[in-house]
Write a protein that binds this ligand. Structure first.
Ligand SMILES: *[C@@H]1O[C@H](CO)[C@@H](O)[C@H](O)[C@H]1NC(C)=O
Ligand SMILES: *[C@@H]1O[C@H](CO)[C@@H](O)[C@H](O)[C@H]1NC(C)=O
Ligand SMILES: *[C@@H]1O[C@H](CO)[C@@H](O)[C@H](O)[C@H]1NC(C)=O
Length: 405
């Protein structure tokens, strides 16, 4: 079939970021005073997972501390009046990334506590058609991270002979099965999330998004490979050992290019909602709710519930090639992020705010919720892109080329 493709397409295929690369160069670095450059703050309510938060961008939820670390937190200084939501934070990367991208996330503290639901994940423009990769996700007082992909039907988790150190949960990535859990892998390290993570001074997550598969590694602080530093200008995936979670692209696995569009990175902390607030999930690591109290009335109204509900981030680096950033989908054609050499602040554009894809981290169907009211019919790639860009026609031509490749 390949030899029937026009030459121009073959050229495009060759130009696609290589699947076989094991080493990638630093293309973006978020740390210190410029950490918040290159992101867009979400606004409004959590209309994707029904959390009891309102997304904010004040110093109550986002700042750089005295040690130059970025703090992303739930507001823990406000008594919330009944029926109102608590302020928290959700950041979207201004850039969308193609396969051939590696995200490295180093934190010394992650949010923990009853009702708390932090996540570091990626999604394509249209959900679940364009996929979701959950890199870090945990609820309440759990101490073991859960990895997942969320896709349409046809993608199955297959760690293959390369293996993974995590425990396989559901193998089926189809969002329409297993109550929307996606294909899950649970880390076996009790320092991979929650109090265990924080007691160990945190650690590093490395997520590699490549055409031949998706791999995610976790290293607790004391076991971080010496080459993995904030200033490292390259990353060699071959040196990292067996990943915690592995989703191979091969036979019986998941065709990454078919099930994942370019991905946008998201960091957020929501409260209660479809996953953390489910009474059965909640009582796995927190006291059972006392009728008629709910997750919201028990926790959200009180600031003291959130003394530990914060991320402290040392750095977030992105490694890849010149083809990693998708100009058609990224804010300002890919100039909305920061380059590894640029450190100047740039104004945050708001054009990506509210292009809210539905997140998958639901355990129940949220019928009637606006966050899931996305068009699911198959339309042409061009009109899908156009839909998400609210008619930014200039993006369409480029997107078609990207999708065709
Ligand atoms: C924060 O929100 C305000 C009001 O919604 C907006 O004017 C401002 O640009 C936002 N700042 C950032 C950094 O997004
Ligand atoms: C809010 O969180 C900070 C950081 O954990 C803590 O020092 C402070 O005491 C908390 N405030 C309240 C009112 O719980
Ligand atoms: C979710 O809320 C945001 C902000 O209020 C809004 O712009 C967006 O359209 C909403 N998404 C959906 C799918 O309703």
């Amino acid at each position: 079939m390949l030899n029937k493709l026009p030459l121009v397409l073959l050229a495009l295929l060759r130009a696609t970021p290589a699947a076989a690369a094991t080493s990638y160069d630093l293309i973006e670095s978020h740390k210190g005073a410029s950490f918040f450059d290159g992101w867009t703050f979400a606004q409004g309510y959590d209309n994707t997972t029904n959390g009891d938060v309102v997304w904010a961008n004040s110093s109550k939820v986002a700042y750089v501390n005295g040690q130059g670390k970025a703090i992303l937190k739930v507001d823990n200084s406000t008594e919330v009046p009944y029926n109102e939501k608590r302020e928290s934070i959700k950041l979207y990367s201004n850039n969308y990334y193609r396969p051939g991208t590696v995200w490295v996330f180093d934190a010394s503290h992650v949010p923990v506590g009853c009702s708390v639901w932090p996540a570091v994940f990626t999604q394509g423009t249209n959900w679940p058609e364009h996929g979701e990769i959950d890199i870090f996700e945990v609820v309440n007082n759990d101490q073991m991270n859960q990895y997942a992909l969320h896709t349409t039907a046809g993608c199955v988790a297959s760690p293959g002979s390369g293996g993974q150190t995590g425990t396989q949960g559901f193998a089926e990535c189809d969002q329409n099965q297993n109550s929307g859990s996606g294909c899950t892998v649970r880390d076996v390290d009790t320092a991979s999330a929650g109090k265990g993570f924080n007691d160990a001074q945190g650690g590093v997550y490395v997520a590699a998004f490549e055409t031949d598969g998706i791999r995610i590694w976790f290293f607790t602080r004391s076991k971080i490979p010496s080459a993995l530093t904030a200033d490292a200008t390259t990353i060699d995936l071959d040196s990292l050992g067996t990943p915690s979670a592995r989703y191979n692209a091969g036979q019986g696995g998941c065709d990454i290019e078919k099930f994942s569009g370019s991905q946008r990175l998201t960091l957020d902390i929501t409260l209660c909602g479809d996953f953390a607030g489910s009474p059965t999930i909640l009582q796995q690591t927190c006291p059972a709710l006392v009728t008629p109290q709910t997750c919201y009335t028990t926790y959200v109204l009180k600031p003291e519930s959130y003394a530990d509900a914060w991320f402290e981030i040392n750095y977030l680096n992105v490694y890849g090639t010149s083809g990693s950033i998708d100009p058609a989908l990224s804010v300002n054609g890919g100039q909305g992020g920061i380059s590894s050499s640029a450190s100047s602040s740039r104004p945050t554009t708001s054009s990506a705010i509210g292009s809210g894809t539905s997140t998958a981290r639901t355990t129940s169907t949220t019928t009637g919720n606006a966050g899931n009211a996305l068009p699911t019919q198959t339309v042409s790639s061009a009109s899908r892109v156009k839909y998400w860009f609210g008619g930014a026609g200039w993006a369409v031509g480029l997107a078609v080329v990207v999708l065709a490749s």
